[in-house]
Design a protein around this ligand. Structure first.
Ligand code: ACO
Length: 428
């Protein structure tokens, strides 16, 4: 294969080097484009063809349905590792030894108390506030309680900031739900595992002994692993671009949470359940909604179907479908909404419109179903996604800062008015 790509503009030829990734992905390096062409730029709305960075964290191949964190297959990690091991792997690049993992967990627990004044901020929100807005605000507020910026040249400083957010974030997640339900706020139990503690902080009732449920713990552990990173998606790109201005880690994460909120990204798991509820309320006719999804005059889309990158199948959806079946069977859940979900998936998988466009159920189609069976309120679904994505965001931010990447600042092609003479208000 040639080492360069040639671009011809107005009869002038320009050569650009080709970059090859470790999985043989090829990119044209256009860093010098504007300089050598006298200001010509590229345009690619939605960045469908644009690489924003080189990264050694996550590899995915959308055509073949491959997803790997630091070289390890998602299937192996979901089956054999814990969420905390995967978090360590993503952030530090290698699977931890037992000693390293224990230390990581101990340091996280040490940092898991948030300033009590955060409760006052939480108090100011109405109970009806969307938990994603609350989570984003509280994460941003952590900056005020931890005002010193991280020295990215110090490994110790980086490590401290990382264990701090890994410790405090689950508390904020649990509090957003408890606030909504009017439950008292506490700090869970640092004698149990990370994921065990998340569930306990969320579901412990003040007047009842809390009983752990291993089925729920395993299902949540798996869900968090599957959501932990997904290379340069919308929220991760947001974290990297906000962090590229040298805004702090917590501020960058808060921006990432806002990006994740939208229904075309992390908010899809909430949108899926709302859609299923709407179909049920409407009488349960899945064919009618399939027809709406296919009608180009109708803005309705089948939520939880399709993916920007996976154009064959979403490997995470395959794993999570099995987990969803297990959880529903183990918990003995019978729910008409879940029957509608199954019917819809079966119809879409054999419908020409969906097959031709390679639109398959994505991970969010099934994650919403599991969260519902677990008793997690629908507005909390995207918050759970954020909890899983946290180590991914941290690792991407760390990579971007330690590699000293430049500030993210895309170009545009201006299509507005040319120069106009200013008219004073009485002459308009
Ligand atoms: N329902 C019906 N038609 C769809 C759907 C859908 N869910 N998704 C895509 N299509 C159609 C489009 O109308 C388009 O049809 P056309 O070629 O006739 O114009 C074609 O499939 C291609 O769709 P695009 O929008 O170009 O695909 P893109 O890669 O830009 O979008 C996206 C991907 C945003 C995920 C889209 O499939 C969608 O909106 N899905 C529903 C929302 C969702 O589930 N999001 C979660 C994504 S996973 C995540 O964030 C973790």
């Amino acid at each position: 294969m040639s080492e360069t790509a040639t671009l011809e503009i107005n009869g002038q030829k320009h050569e650009f080097p080709l970059i090859k990734g470790t999985e043989n992905e090829v990119a044209i390096d256009i860093k010098t484009l504007r300089g050598v062409t006298g200001g010509v730029t590229t345009i690619d709305p939605g960045y469908k063809n644009t690489g924003s960075c080189e990264s050694a964290i996550t590899f995915l191949n959308g055509e073949e349905g491959v997803l790997r964190y630091r070289g390890y297959a998602i299937e192996d990690l979901a089956e054999k590792a814990s969420f905390l091991e995967v978090a360590y792997l993503l952030i530090f690049g290698e699977l931890p030894t037992k000693v390293e993992l224990d230390k990581f967990h101990a340091d996280i627990k040490e940092e898991s108390v948030v300033d009590d004044d955060i409760k006052k901020i939480l108090d100011a929100f109405p109970k009806t506030a969307h938990p994603m807005g609350v989570l984003s605000s509280l994460t941003s507020a952590l900056t005020a309680f931890n005002p010193t910026s991280v020295n990215v040249d110090s490994e110790e400083d980086m490590y401290r900031a990382i264990v701090k957010i890994m410790g405090k974030f689950p508390v904020l997640v649990a509090w957003t739900m408890r606030k909504q339900k009017g439950l008292p706020l506490d700090y869970g139990d640092d004698s149990i595992g990370y994921v065990e503690n998340v569930l306990k902080m969320m579901f412990k009732k003040p007047n009842q002994e809390y009983v752990e449920n291993s089925i729920l713990i395993n299902a949540l552990d798996k869900l968090l692993i599957l959501h932990a990173d997904h290379e340069q998606n919308c929220s991760t790109s947001t974290v990297r671009i906000v962090g590229s201005s040298h805004a702090g880690l917590f501020a960058s994460l808060s921006a990432g949470i806002s990006a994740l909120w939208g229904p075309l990204h992390g908010g899809a798991n909430q949108a899926v359940l709302e859609m299923l509820e709407a179909i049920k309320e409407d009488g349960g006719d899945t064919k009618k909604f399939m027809a709406k999804a296919k009608d180009k005059q109708d803005p309705f889309r089948l939520m939880g179907f399709g993916h920007r990158v996976y154009k064959n199948f979403d490997p995470r959806a395959k794993i999570i479908k099995v987990a969803a079946d297990e959880v529903l069977a183990d918990l003995g859940v019978e729910d008409p909404v879940l029957d509608i979900a199954k019917g819809l998936a079966a119809e879409a998988l054999s419908d020409e419109y969906f097959v031709k466009r390679k639109l398959y159920p994505n991970v969010d189609f099934y994650s919403g179903i599991i969260y519902r069976a677990m008793g997690i309120p629908v507005e909390m679904f995207t918050v759970m996604f954020a909890l899983g994505r946290l180590p991914g965001w941290i690792s991407q931010w760390k990579e971007m800062r330690t590699r000293k990447e430049p500030i993210g600042r895309p170009r545009q092609v201006y299509t507005g008015e040319n120069y106009r003479e200013f008219k004073t208000i009485d002459n308009r």
